[in-house]
Write a protein that binds this ligand. Sequence first.
Ligand code: JCF
Length: 679
Amino acid sequence: MNDPTPDQIRREARRLQKELTEHSYQYHVLDDPVISDAEYDILLKRLIEIEEEFPEFSTPDSPTKRVGAPPLSAFKQARHSIAMLSLDNAFNDQDVLDFHKRIVKNLNREDILYTVEPKLDGVAVELTYENGVLVQATTRGDGITGEVITENVRTIGSVPLKLHGDKTKTPFLLEVRGEVIIKKTDFDLLNKKRLENKENVFANPRNAAAGSLRQLDSKITATRPLDIFVYGIGLVQGISFQSQSQMLTLLKEFGFPVNPNIESGINIDKVLKFYKELEVIRENLDYEIDGMVIKVDDFSLQRQLGEKIKSPRWAIAYKFAAMQRTTTIKDIIIQVGRTGTLTPVAILEPVNVGGVMVSRATLHNEDEIKRKDIRIGDTALVVRAGDVIPKVVKSIKSQRNGNEIAFKMPTICPVCQSEIEKIKRDKSHINKCINASCQAQFKGRIKHFVSKKALDIDGLGKKIVDQLVNEGLIKSFADIFLLEKDTLADLDRMAQKSAANLVASVEKSKKVSLRRFLYALGIDHTGENAAKLISEKFSTLKDIMETSEDVLQQINGIGPETAQSVSDFFSNRENMAIIKDVINCGVEISNDQPVIAESNNNPFNNKRVVLTGTLQTMPRSKAKKQLEKLGAAISSSISSKTHFLIAGQKPGSKFVKAQKFGIEIMDETRLTALFNQYL
Ligand code: JCF
């Protein structure tokens, strides 16, 4: 075969660029990938090879440009063609109605239609496309001049490097404005990784996004999970837009991510209704917002209204109520949790924090109270974020009058009067009630068992659990399943109807997934994620009970503490009896994510596997994924505990070591044969 001609190579480069661009759009914008990450990586690798050898075939919109460019020594500045204005704020319905009234008066008409959108809490940027190609990206800066962060923005997977769609419709110039964000789930993963690597964690997604965009080395930016939603335009030439809603539709067609939670063409009453709805769904959105943006939809009306120096007259930001308030600490009490930990809780003068009345807030532990010098009677700053428990951030010392009382940790459990044990945990001490049958601990275990992420028994809230335990109606997990309607109906705060509902939800909870049940047991160091990882590796609870600490520890993501806690838990005869009683009450535990591994007796299940050498038929990452699917734990080095070594071409020193330990060595042919048989 002849070597390909330059023309053939150019065509291959163009084809790869096109394919990769499309796949990137499918993945990042449509959230609907058509090829695997590994397949994408193979195509990208080939394109990088070509462009390195033939730089003349590389273009500014090539997907290879997303991996980052050589570091800069400083950011250049650039003036925005049209100033990036900020928005005036509204804090209540009246402010919004006043805004509407001004517009009605100004335009001398009543029928004003608006477009409303969630107000993203990210970093505002402007993207410039010339003849359809991204040529510059800038920060908002002071609104007049911003910093040029083109290389950094190119690494954002959902930013089109080239406009999508019909080439004949490509505008000569298009400046697009939007907000760079990090999704909440990506943010949590990012911080988790940073914690593992002993790096500083980011305070919130906006800081993380801002910090990532401010990197002089775009290769660092490329490792951050940045995303974008666009919502506006700057200067455009060769295209015109009639309204905010039409513009958003066209931007979507050009391949930009546009927030799906936008409503267009609605009157002022619907605008206010949208705000109420947004407040409710806010916590379920995977990105942080701090309010809603309201815009007059029609661009000709926008032009008539015009702008003030800093903000347009045709738009306003309706902000959510602050999630921080100050109030007085009336008392500090001690709560005993399900693991016996004593948590000091501030009893507050009730205060509305971001739409929710707050009357208690956690103070975490004794050390924290001392460190922050928080006293009973103090005025304190309280925050509430999402659905997490409100907490006291600090006390305001300047407000003291001398009557404040320092807090003292009790020396015995306030519930069962048992001894308290002081345990060092990271940088702080925790105080624990040592009595496992302490009623507070027991109530905590029941509350956890029935909670939303566990058995999810509707109608069995904290107060009802307290009542049922106090009345002696629940003395074990199993008792929950023996509750009768008539007994329940006699309780305070219960009626026939709520009693019947509760019995029905108890009945429903008897069919439970292995993952939820494992989590519900409240084993130390075994949260939702650990329970999920473990239940993915075993098909039944019995298998988990019978496994060893060592096998648990080999599960990717399960640390030694969790492995030991789980193993200890199931070695305890009392715990086993508790579970047996629950099952005897008719609870059926099924695995809703059965592992391929378990069902087919494949040789890799629960085995420790090491890979060496180059594989010919698949990338190593793919082999690892497949092995994990079959229940294998992959490790990087050979030890006496290794079960298999997979040896590709040119195996390294691991090969010799495996021979020395007498470990079974498997070649690629055998490996693919087993994959074909079991996957
Ligand atoms: O989501 C935002 N943070 C956001 C900010 C959305 C918008 O539609 C905006 C904005 C700032 C100014 N529109 C303007 C005119």
